[in-house]
Write a new protein. Structure first.
Length: 206
């Protein structure tokens, strides 16, 4: 890693775009998405596999990314990946805050936290579980459900988050028809959970 990347002045940008958040607590809100390249978690069903190899995404100055983000009407940014916490995010977050942007982070929690976030969406993965530090910080716990057995993983994580944390079960997109009935009946029996649907995929927006 070169020193500018190491310090967070440059980041391997996979894509950035203005859209409407489709899932989780902030569903329906317009936000500028900053998707960083690189992830070593390796979820078989990942819908962003193109981001896994960071070498495909040449480092971009943070100032360039922010200049584009602040042009949108919304004052909210979603930092996602890949796993965005593979990189130091202090500079990105500080500059976004200086521009008056709210920052929502999407993370597996598998890497140490960096940068000041307004909202942390923790989406834990069994093959690379979150670091313990994330559980009390999570604003939202979003567990991807591929089958009924994943409910145990959801409950394992729910026991670790704080009382303020919003709890979501989200069907894995390719198995949504099979798992939706299980999620619906589970939430009816365990109403502290809510359902999260990938609404952006239903309405064909990024
Ligand atoms: S953590 Fe996210 S980006 Fe990484 S493999 Fe899993 S779903 Fe894909």
């Amino acid at each position: 890693m070169n020193s500018l990347l190491d310090e967070g002045h440059l980041l391997p940008l996979a894509e950035d775009f203005y859209t409407i958040q489709g899932e989780g607590y902030h569903t329906g809100k317009a936000a500028y998405f900053i998707r960083l390249g690189g992830c070593d978690v390796g979820c078989a069903w990942c819908d962003s596999k193109f981001t896994w190899n960071p070498k495909l995404f040449p480092p971009v100055p943070v100032t360039e990314i922010i200049a584009r983000a602040v042009k949108c009407a919304a004052r909210a940014v979603v930092i996602t990946g890949g796993e965005p916490l593979l990189y130091p995010l202090e500079i990105l977050c500080k500059e976004l805050k200086n521009k008056g942007m709210e920052i929502f982070l999407e993370t597996s929690g598998s890497q140490p936290l960096s940068g000041e976030m307004d909202w942390i969406c923790l989406s834990p993965k069994q093959n690379h579980p979150p670091l313990p530090e994330f559980y009390p910080l999570a604003s939202e716990l979003k567990v991807i459900i591929t089958g009924p057995l994943d409910m145990e993983w959801a409950e394992f994580n729910r026991r670790k988050v704080g009382p303020q944390c919003h709890l979501y079960l989200q069907p894995e997109w390719s198995r949504r028809e099979a798992v939706l009935p299980h999620i619906i009946s589970y939430i009816k029996a365990n109403p502290s959970w809510k359902i999260s649907l990938q609404t952006h995929k239903y309405i064909n927006i990024p």
